[in-house]
Design a protein around this ligand. Structure first.
Ligand SMILES: [Zn+2]
Length: 105
């Protein structure tokens, strides 16, 4: 089960059989230099929609490394670039994206 900053996300993910042919970008951490693969996960919607076979899908790091990926300091984009602020921003973005996905399920 993936954890996002200590909070358990109670979603049952199912990895799609076919992985994207090209190196995809993770829709959660949006890391451009991922050390891991990105795969397509689908999750059954909760309640009635799920029982009807309704799923939501997303491209996420294979082993949910997002949390770790966003904690790496990004390369400075320009002189005077605040890498620490950028890092904090990415952590916040990840939490928002994961939370909105969980809300969608
Ligand atoms: Zn990721």
């Amino acid at each position: 089960m993936p954890t996002l900053d200590g909070e358990f996300v109670g979603i049952l993910f199912r990895q799609a059989e076919a992985s994207p042919r090209n190196r995809a970008q993770c829709s959660w951490c949006q890391d451009v230099k991922l050390p891991n693969d990105v795969v397509f996960y689908s999750a059954k919607r909760s309640g009635k929609a799920g029982r009807n076979g309704n799923t939501v899908g997303t491209l996420v790091c294979q082993d949910f490394q997002c949390s770790r990926n966003v904690r790496k300091l990004p390369p400075p984009a320009y002189e005077g670039y605040d890498v620490e602020a950028a890092r904090l921003q990415r952590i916040e973005d990840l939490q928002l994206r994961a939370a909105s996905f969980a809300a969608e399920v």
